[in-house]
Design a protein around this ligand. Structure first.
Ligand code: TXA
Ligand code: MG
Length: 313
């Protein structure tokens, strides 16, 4: 398959209308989209990404009316989150409507719904005229792509089209909140923080696997991306001496030199750069990546979550 590169949202939407799959930018990471009610097209997403069939997809909407096509019920807390954070980097898990194919939800009776705020994403979704289901546009097991070149690196020849936009503004995947039971549970941290969610619905909690009352998130059990290099979290600001080919990313500048290094001017920049830095380290066959610990508030909590998962992988 030849993968077409375009910066036209309407040209990209034509591929969706013909049953194809298209990578597109959002403010979090690039997604790989198909029309939400087109089962053969959705199957192509799983094939292209080599994604396990038991990991559900998020449905993206361009206008809030489309939410009603996807879900059968919107709880009071979900209503409040929608009013406060849509469009934005937040996914709500809600009871699915009958028309959502089970391939989208991996057999679950719930569906994740998100309305991106990125301008290119909005134009693309508007041109598609239907909800678009999309996981992150990486090969399964690799970091989510934050630039279109990273999508090309993983999926060239495997998808119909890449809608080229700029680098994603946030760089980490959306916050996922399960709103199917009375108490909202955060399944995945993102740039909408627990503190922000609690300002809207105070009883919101972080989901911990094993809790009886909350449905599990299938994504949690899948091995998360870890680079070929070993990822080491630096907790005390002191980077140990290392003989191998090592790399560093953080907000301070250690004394030693590294084969690859990125000093970010803020935690936001650190979050935005992390995944592409991991890819860069893989391209250069780095042995060890030192990642500086930052305070776990705001996006710092989501950033440390991703670093810890990579370190455990
Ligand atoms: O920022 C994002 O969320 C990006 C952009 C493209 O929107 N998408 C993304 O999709 O990160 P993906 O497939 O890589 O991650 C979706 C996560 C997975 O952990 C999945 O298990 C969870 O959301 N999820 C989706 N639907 C769910 C459901 N019905 N119940 C529980 N978890 C669900
Ligand atoms: Mg993903």
């Amino acid at each position: 398959m030849h993968t077409v590169l375009t910066d036209s949202p309407t040209e990209a939407a034509e591929f969706i209308k013909r049953g194809g799959i298209v990578a597109f930018p959002t403010e979090t990471v690039y997604g790989l989209g198909a029309a939400a009610f087109n089962t053969p097209a959705i199957r192509k997403i799983f094939e292209a990404k080599k994604r396990p069939a038991d990991n559900p997809l998020i449905a993206h909407v361009g206008v809030s009316d489309q939410i009603n096509l996807l879900v059968s019920k919107i709880s009071d807390s979900a209503d409040k989150f929608i009013a406060a954070f849509f469009p934005g980097p937040l996914t709500l898990v809600l009871p699915k409507s009958e028309s959502v194919p089970l391939i989208v939800t991996a057999g679950l009776e719930s569906v994740g719904v998100r309305m991106p705020a990125n301008e290119t994403a909005k134009e693309f979704l508007k041109a598609c005229g239907t909800p678009i289901v999309a996981p992150s546009a990486n090969l399964s097991g690799r970091p989510s792509p934050t630039i279109w070149q990273a999508v090309l690196e993983d999926l060239d020849g495997r998808i119909d089209c890449i809608l080229k936009g700029g680098p994603t503004q946030i760089g980490l995947e959306s916050t996922v909140v399960d709103c199917t039971s009375g108490v909202p549970h955060v399944l995945r941290l993102g740039s909408v923080s627990l503190e922000q969610l609690r300002e809207v619905v105070p009883e919101t909690r972080i989901y911990t696997p094993g809790e009886k009352e909350a449905p599990r998130s299938p994504g949690i059990k899948h091995k998360h991306y870890s680079p070929q290099a070993r990822v080491v979290l630096i907790e005390n600001g002191r980077v140990p001496a290392d003989n191998g080919k090592s790399a560093f990313i953080g907000v301070h500048r250690p004394e030693q030199q590294f084969a690859l290094q990125k000093f970010c001017s803020s935690v936001d920049e650190y979050a935005r750069e992390l995944f592409e830095f991991f890819r860069e380290c893989d391209r250069h066959n780095v042995d060890k990546i030192f990642c500086e610990q930052v305070e776990e508030k705001g996006i710092g909590a989501a950033l440390m979550d991703r670093v810890r998962r990579a370190a455990a992988g």
